[in-house]
Design a protein. Structure first.
Length: 291
């Protein structure tokens, strides 16, 4: 014959609970609809185990389970039961088990009255969940600071390496530039020797030849072309002085030269004419712009 149970505050049937003996001491408590609906998703009331004689402590046990499940170290709440060895009917001690983010399980013993974690390593042997949370926040902040310091050191090292790399690259480019300039100066020296030698051969039959440009002058350089201007004098058969300017050109980075010889008076006249034309063009341009 089935027994009937009426709900009342004094009657645990109000919670619609069923008990199954575990080792003669504990029972699995299946919570009623009210507790099941009020419990958060992190804690299933079916995970909590209490002996029959401690059923009145289910609400604080559920509160403690929720606190532990809310702890950031608890990735998954596993179970809660009573620590029989440390509990009395007037002062229970709950034992909870969680799995951390790394998959490792750990347990906390929680005072049933104060809902403080029992930790013999601390002064007073207790620590509250709030204090633990504050400690975790301090540890996180310290970890963030250490990470920031490490990152700052890494960034500084990377900047230093980048600066060294840029300095080495700049030095390499400078060496290449100096070497290119050295090679170009050496090429110009060879071109000058070639120019003077060929010009001397071309003018060998001139009378009273006199070199006015003796030392290597600074050449005219334009888009790879190198031109040396060489002035010299000579005399014709009647003894009249002749004034010449020779143009010695090397093109496209090569070392083959071409030589042109012109009277200096014609060269000067052409240069003066070009200057006058430029000045006239500038005047006309200026006048046009003024209108």
């Amino acid at each position: 014959m089935k027994s009937k149970c009426r709900t009342s505050l004094a009657n645990p049937c109000r919670l619609k609970a069923g008990f199954f003996a575990l080792g003669g001491l504990t029972a699995i408590f299946f919570a009623g609809e009210l507790l099941a609906q009020s419990a958060p998703d992190e804690v299933d009331v079916h995970q909590l185990h209490l002996p029959r004689t401690y059923l009145r402590y289910l609400p604080p046990m559920l509160d403690g389970a929720r606190l532990m499940a809310a702890d950031e170290h608890c990735a998954q709440f596993l179970a809660g039961d009573l620590n029989i060895d440390q509990s009395t009917l007037s002062h229970p001690v709950f034992r909870y088990q969680c799995r951390d983010p790394d998959g490792m399980t750990y347990r906390w013993h929680v005072d049933g009255d104060s809902l403080e974690v029992i930790d013999e390593t601390r002064p007073g042997g207790r620590v509250s969940f709030a204090e633990l949370s504050a400690e975790y926040e301090r540890e996180r902040e310290q970890a963030r600071q250490r990470a920031a310091e490490r990152q700052a050191k890494i960034d500084a090292l990377q900047r230093e390496r980048q600066e060294v790399a840029e300095q080495l690259e700049a030095e390499r480019l400078a060496r290449e530039q100096l070497e290119a300039e050295r090679q170009e100066q050496a090429r110009r020296g060879r071109l000058w020797q070639t120019c003077t030698a060929q010009l001397a051969a071309q003018t060998a039959d001139m009378i009273a030849r006199e070199w006015l440009t003796v030392a290597q002058p600074e050449p005219e350089v334009d888009e790879g072309r190198v031109r040396f201007n060489i002035d010299f004098n000579a005399r014709n058969l009647t003894g009249t002085e002749l004034k010449y300017r020779a143009y010695c050109d090397a093109i496209d980075q090569g070392e083959t030269v071409t030589i042109e010889i012109h009277p200096r008076a014609l060269v000067s006249s052409s240069a003066d004419s070009m200057s006058s034309q430029a000045a006239s063009t500038g005047t006309l341009s200026s006048q046009s712009s003024s209108h």
